[in-house]
Write a protein that binds this ligand. Structure first.
Ligand code: PLP
Length: 462
């Protein structure tokens, strides 16, 4: 076992790390990232990496964008904190809300800010209940999400998340949450089923679930345009149109969780536009501020807003809000981020380089370890398998995805291994075609290293 550095020991003895095997971590210690520039970061030993996951799918404009740093500094100098409770406000709040309303993929009336994607989805749940109570539809409490969805980790948003580690032994999900099928054709299509038949079956299953639950008890449906943490799952053509028809039939409120897909990631400003979704509301976070400071938000339509007016008239207040709702420094950075997206035509840039990204991911499909490849815009993944013909996965205990992640780090590339030996790619949106080639040259070497290890250790046997 390698001896941990002083900095590593200090971290191990003080910090609880999310999404980490806390026991194994005591031996390995952390990878401490010290600084960043453009699409690169450097660790505490001075090693340079391409950040192939944009941190956690969020540092869209890279690591030392001077305009964002200046926007934060300027706001800190002007007034570091003021709040929006009880009718107080500051100019950055309305400025950001206006910008969000202008680009939202639905007719947004108002914006409710918060600090994180989890909080955003938590707010969505609360507002949907508030709204239905205002309309006297007091039985409408259930919210349908999907297996393998990721909507956050607060008690309520984790209930909508459809991943076992987020539920197990946390006594979740709560009883309002339901989960319908995940649209991962590669894994869940029945033998011989076409994509069209698959999506028709999934929409029929959703309708069946709504009927079984009683449509009068179903308040909302929530979906990521592309499922991120659940495996970068890109829905087949026509999927959301069929889902939308079911939601419309039963008058079910549709929330698009744009926390990863929002702000150009899939080649349009929002994933909803890429996949033909017609949401009633969106949740945004992450790239809203290029992750320089925490800020998130949800949009609401006029009907929802009118219901909120009625409720707060009845109760005397809108009884919700965080100290840091619309934090001025975060709002100032977010305003600048949206300005940069517009003036540098980030959507156009993503559309320009995405074909190279999609082509290089597709090429990885030739590698003996890769069973499936998928990409849209600058979001993609490869799914590693023991056997390409029968799609057999490796035993999860071997940790083949984690091995590729480690090998990539040796080659100076940070990517993320998700459950199911899926390697996710989500580079900062500012990548050039040359950067994309660099990323995939490195991952090819990492896959070759891992393939060598698997062959040497005989890990492919069923
Ligand atoms: N929704 C989606 C689609 C996400 O990917 C995430 C985080 O990765 C969240 C919600 C939760 O966001 P946060 O980690 O900021 O609470």
């Amino acid at each position: 076992m390698t001896k941990l550095s002083n900095a590593a020991v200090r971290d191990v003895e003080t910090v609880i790390h999310p999404y980490t095997n806390l026991d194994a971590f005591r031996a390995t210690g952390p990878m401490i990232i010290e600084r960043g520039e453009g699409i690169h970061v450097w660790d505490a030993d001075g090693r340079k990496y391409i950040e192939g996951l944009a941190g956690l799918w969020c540092t869209s404009l890279g690591y030392n964008e001077p305009e964002l740093i200046e926007a934060a500094n300027e706001q800190l100098r002007q007034i570091p904190f003021t709040h929006v409770f009880g009718g107080k406000s500051h100019e950055r709040a309305a400025e950001l809300a206006e910008k969000l309303k202008a680009i939202a993929p639905h007719k947004a009336s108002k914006v409710l800010f918060c600090g994180s994607g989890s909080e955003a989805n938590d707010q969505q749940i609360k507002l949907v209940w508030y709204y239905n109570n205002a309309l006297g539809r007091t039985k409408r409490k259930k919210i349908i999400s999907r297996q393998r969805a990721y909507h956050g980790v607060t008690i309520a948003s984790a209930s909508l998340t459809g991943l076992l580690p987020n539920h197990r032994d946390f006594d979740l999900p709560l009883s309002f949450a339901r989960h319908t099928d995940c649209p991962h054709y590669y894994r869940y299509a029945e033998p011989g089923e076409t994509e069209d038949e698959f999506t028709t079956r999934l929409a029929a299953n959703l309708e069946k679930l709504i009927i079984e639950e009683d449509p009068e008890t179903v308040a909302a449906f929530i979906a990521e345009p592309v499922m991120g943490a659940g495996g970068v799952i890109i829905p087949p053509e026509g999927y959301f149109q069929k889902i939308q028809a079911v939601l419309d039939k039963y008058g079910i409120y549709f929330i698009a969780d744009e926390v990863i897909c929002g702000f150009a990631r899939t080649g349009n400003m929002f994933g909803s536009q890429t996949f033909g979704m017609k949401p009633d509301s969106i949740s945004v976070a992450k790239a809203l501020s290029s992750a320089y400071v925490p800020i998130a938000a949800i949009t609401v339509g006029e009907e929802m807003y009118q219901a909120m007016l009625d409720e707060s008239k009845k109760i005397g207040t809108f009884g919700h809000g965080f100290t840091y709702t619309a934090h001025p420094v975060a709002a100032a950075v977010a305003v600048k981020t949206l300005e940069i997206y517009e003036k540098r035509n980030i959507v156009g840039h993503v559309r320009g380089v995405a074909p190279r990204f999609e082509q290089r991911i597709a090429k990885l499909g030739q590698h003996p370890l890769v069973g499936h490849t998928r990409a849209r815009g600058l979001l993609g993944a490869i799914e590693l398998v023991a056997d390409k013909t029968d799609k057999r996965s490796f035993d999860a205990k071997i940790g083949v995805g984690a091995a590729v992640q480690k090998a990539a780090e040796k080659h100076g590339l940070i990517v993320r291994a998700l459950g199911g030996d899926i390697i996710a790619f989500c580079p900062p949106l500012i990548v050039s075609e040359a950067d994309i080639d660099d990323i995939f040259d490195r991952i090819e070497r990492a896959l070759d290293d891992t393939e060598g290890w698997i062959a040497r250790e005989g890990l492919r046997t069923a």
